[in-house]
Design a protein around this ligand. Structure first.
Ligand code: PRX
Length: 630
């Protein structure tokens, strides 16, 4: 696939993508390997919604990630894996080796009963076997549902049950910094609530002792010995589901975002090449976890489709010290580096002493994803990591969009700190006001919507299409609503200002306030709670919980510790509130709705500027809350 080389080319390509989208995307899709080409490029309506790309086509994404490259770059490194412990040896898998492992593990899945269309849950550490398992699912046409290995047994069970998975792939444990996490024990606990799971395949990583259930649990390494390494890829329809990935929203439990095969594939490679301006031979490192969409699209699929060397890091940025990222960049001569603003802020806070020992001169492009980047962090990243010569690509996108939507193309688009700048070709963003009217012109703000389909967009929410329609397509007629607020400046550059719904973004992780409230409410002493986000120096947003208890609390510290344990058990440590305030009442309207606007102000330290509170049922609760604010 050819990439865009200049801003003029971007403009021409963008104009073409809007004028003749089908011709445009058919041109991109032509560069892939198809068993059979499509009959129609696009059929769509946003009312149902019903979006279909490349219908009639037959393909397999792993044929395009692996087999297609074997002749030209079979010996080239596909995955470089860097272990948590800097003294453990790293691993390099060539395209040939990765292909072989994926074929073998595909056969393991088949011999354990997996078939096309089955849902398989992956709950694993950041090791090459996670990528191998993802690709093996895709190769046999099974649907992968990767669950971030920081989620609790309860969250894991909810996701397994929602997707009715029949196989779970996990490991004995995971290393993360100084910690060792017993993944298999968490799986065992979760599976007590799941009756669809027939097999658990367990990778040996930490070598701690684990329980193996006879007839259900098998070891990865035992299954992989003496299994054939020949496994032709299953021919999939363009719109067959490739994967499900759970993400949080304003209400209810996390929903399974469904991505399908062909459109996702085309957009993952197209966006990867263009945003990062990937050149053959570049070493590319995205520090995300494969448990999130960034890992799916820009550790596995995008880079492998482009035939790149993609790095996988098992550990954390602070271990053994805050110089770890930069040590890895130098050691592996990383050219393209992609991380989250939270990591940048956390490392910036540790001081330049951890950056100075490293040259960082292999870097050409640096990027950010997952949350708004503040100006200070942007400048620090640009100056101290990029040495004022690497463009920063501030990439805005979502689990639901499948790929990067608004971002500079490295070295091509002008940069503006804190701005994601311009949409990629094929992406038609618009801003909408409170009445649902599109806001024209520049120097304006509104709710960010997308008004035309793009190939890697969400197709449905697993098992509940109506929810997909409700959440994304019902707010505004004929538009996909992102849930984000946005500003368009005088030059038409976009700046994402953050969520406008009840979702908070903590260290780049999306957390639904309702989910945290539900978790807190399961604690016996809590009657009711309300959770909001507030600005947090490192995490972007912190979690602030207001709780009402059923009796006078004698020891608040004990209560708070119990609530934290409860949230960790129900969701996972990423959803733990940073602040908990015990209150006697919550600000409610006469119809019983909590006025979160007021709580957000209190949590943000702006309690003196609350605006109109006259519609409250009992305005006196506000003063009490203000007095107790942390
Ligand atoms: O609010 C936006 C924020 O992250 C949300 C999507 O989260 P998730 O589905 O977990 O995907 C994260 C990785 C793609 C968005 O609705 N977000 C993502 N990227 C940016 C961002 N906010 C500002 N700037 C960004 N570059």
């Amino acid at each position: 696939m050819k990439k865009i080389n200049s801003f003029e080319e971007y403009q021409t390509e963008y104009a073409r993508s809007v004028a003749t989208p089908e011709l445009f995307w058919a041109g991109k899709a032509n560069s892939f390997y198809w068993y059979k080409k499509w009959d129609s490029v696009l059929n769509w309506n946003f009312n149902e919604p019903n979006v279909k790309w490349f219908e009639g086509g037959k393909l397999n994404i792993t044929e395009n990630c692996l087999d297609r490259h074997l002749k030209k770059r079979g010996d080239k490194t596909a995955i470089t894996w860097v272990p948590n412990d800097p003294n453990e040896v790293s691993r390099h898998l060539s395209y040939k080796e990765l292909h072989r492992e994926v074929c073998k593990f595909s056969n393991v899945l088949r011999s354990n009963g997996a078939k096309k269309g089955d849902r398989i849950c992956l709950y694993m550490p950041m090791v090459p076997e996670l990528a191998i398992a993802v690709l093996a699912c895709a190769r046999i046409g099974a649907i992968h549902s990767v669950v971030f290995a920081g989620f609790s047994a309860q969250s894991l069970a909810d996701r397994i049950n929602d997707a009715t998975c029949n196989i779970v792939i996990t490991a004995d444990g995971a290393f993360r910094g100084v910690k060792k996490i017993g993944l298999k024990a968490i799986v065992d606990e979760g599976l007590q609530q799941c009756d669809t799971v027939k097999k658990v395949i367990v990778l040996e990583r930490t070598k701690e002792e684990v329980f193996m259930q006879e007839g259900r649990d098998v070891w990865w390494h035992e299954e992989m010995t003496s299994i054939s390494d020949i496994r032709p890829a299953e021919a999939m329809n363009s719109e067959d589901t490739l994967f499900i990935l759970y993400t949080s929203g304003s209400t209810g439990k996390p929903k399974g975002v469904v991505h399908t095969t062909a459109g996702y594939m085309v957009y993952a490679e197209y966006s990867f090449r263009n945003v990062f301006q990937y050149e053959d031979g570049d070493v590319y490192w995205c520090t995300a976890d494969i448990g999130w969409i960034t890992g799916h699209s820009y550790i596995i699929y995008g880079p492998l489709l482009a035939g790149a060397t993609t790095m996988m890091f098992e550990g954390v940025p602070s271990y053994p010290d805050a110089g770890r990222f930069w040590d890895i960049v130098d050691k592996y001569q990383v050219n393209i580096f992609y991380t989250a603003p939270t990591a940048i802020r956390a490392l910036q806070a540790k001081g330049l002493g951890f950056v100075k020992p490293y040259k960082l001169d292999s870097l050409k492009v640096i990027g950010t994803v997952g949350e708004p980047i503040n100006e200070e962090a942007w400048q620090w990243y640009y100056e101290h990591i990029g040495k004022e010569k690497c463009p920063i690509v501030d990439t805005w996108w979502q689990t639901e969009t499948g790929g990067i939507m608004i971002s500079p193309l490295a070295g091509i688009t002008d940069l503006k700190p804190t701005y994601a700048t311009l949409p990629l070709p094929g992406i038609q963003p618009c801003l909408v006001d409170g009445d649902g009217e599109e806001i024209d012109g520049n120097n304006v703000s509104g709710n960010l919507c997308i008004k035309y389909p793009w190939p890697s967009m969400i197709r449905t929410t697993y098992g509940d299409h109506e929810r997909c329609r409700q959440v994304y397509f019902s707010a505004y007629q004929d538009k996909y609503f992102t849930g984000d607020g946005c500003r368009r400046d005088e030059n038409g550059f976009y700046r994402i200002t953050g969520r406008v719904d009840d979702v908070i973004n903590v260290s780049g992780h999306r957390i639904g306030t309702a989910e945290v409230e539900d978790a807190i409410n399961t604690y016996e002493k809590v009657v009711e709670s309300a959770v909001v986000g507030y600005p947090h120096e490192i995490k972007g947003q912190g979690i602030y919980a207001f709780v009402i208890c059923d009796e006078e609390i004698k020891n608040e510290d004990t209560l708070k510790a119990a609530i934290l344990t409860q949230v960790t058990q129900v969701i996972g440590p990423i959803a733990k509130p940073d602040k908990i305030q015990v209150v006697s009442g919550l600000p409610k309207t006469r119809s019983g709705k909590i006025m979160r606007r007021i709580l957000r102000k209190v949590a943000s330290g702006e309690a003196n500027n609350l605006g109109d509170v006259s519609t409250l049922l009992d305005p006196s609760v506000v003063d009490k809350i203000k007095q107790g604010a942390i």
